[in-house]
Design a protein around this ligand. Structure first.
Ligand code: URA
Length: 264
């Protein structure tokens, strides 16, 4: 028989009362997770930092600001997704999570995932990716591709904090979130992305040019071209990455590692 899903409020109350590892002694707040409890996209980070510990909310510092920008590349807003971390309490000095901490804390993430039941899980950085995909492979070789793990489509990317001072990683992250947007478009999870808006505007302009080339043909109504014509004049196209190949989620999914995911 299938285990019932535990309500997020119950899990959060359990996490707030948790003293299973020494991180509980140094915390200001448990950072359980926030966002849309019905999200089709779950974002998984590593562990709270200083600001997150103080506010009890994930990704509110510099990495969080950048994450918000990255979501827009995929046609997502922060309120569309649910955001959680591998660890719910801040490791001192932002050091890496210890295996023992991951072991005792990840039952929360596992149950959160079962309850939210997303279609996509976006893993930020090595710790989230290794836990969700149950792989020893590093993020450098895994990012930007879709992996099927059980019922979930897992999309690993670099951690936004790693890209703040590294231009090359920024480019990778922005390209990867644009690729994610293509997958989300195909699944009908987002209606548009900055790239799809550009594509529509270009198609519109081509149609207009073709119409204008036919003597006597009148221009299509509202065919002024550009983003305004697509009804999306305020989309962040200036910072949009270049076009990506159309994605083919099912056929291009890969299988990372031999081991089964803990989320199965
Ligand atoms: N980095 C993370 O991995 N999680 C946060 O919540 C903040 C920074």
């Amino acid at each position: 028989m299938k285990k019932p899903h535990i309500p997020l409020e119950t899990l959060q109350a359990q996490a707030m009362a948790c003293h299973a590892c020494p991180l509980a002694d140094g915390r200001t707040n448990v950072v359980f997770g926030t966002g849309n409890p019905q999200a089709r996209v779950l974002i998984v980070g590593e562990a709270p930092g200083k600001n997150e510990d103080l506010q009890g909310v994930p990704f509110v510092g510099a990495a969080g600001q950048y994450l918000n920008e990255l979501l827009a590349y995929a046609g997502l807003r922060r309120e569309d997704v649910y955001i959680a971390n591998v660890l719910k309490c801040r490791p001192p000095g932002n050091r890496n999570p210890l295996p023992s901490e991951i072991e005792v804390c990840t039952p929360f993430l596992r149950e959160q995932t079962r309850t939210i039941d997303p279609l996509f899980i976006v893993t930020l950085g090595n710790f989230a990716t290794k836990f969700i995909l149950k792989t020893d492979r590093g993020i450098t070789g895994l990012h930007g591709k879709l992996y099927q793990t059980g019922k979930f489509k897992v999309f690993p990317v670099f951690h936004p904090a790693a890209a703040i001072y590294d231009r090359r990683k920024r480019t990778d992250l922005e390209d990867d979130f644009a690729t994610l947007g293509e997958y989300l478009l195909q699944e009908g999870i987002v209606a548009r992305t900055p790239q799809s808006v550009v594509r529509e505007a270009e198609a519109h302009a081509r149609a207009q040019a073709a119409g204008a080339a036919v003597p006597g043909a009148s221009a299509a109504p509202g065919a002024s071209g550009g983003l305004e014509a697509a009804g999306l004049g305020d989309a962040p196209v200036d910072s949009a990455p270049g076009a990506v190949e159309p994605a083919a989620p099912e056929s291009s999914t890969s299988h990372a590692g031999e081991q089964e995911s803990l989320l199965l």
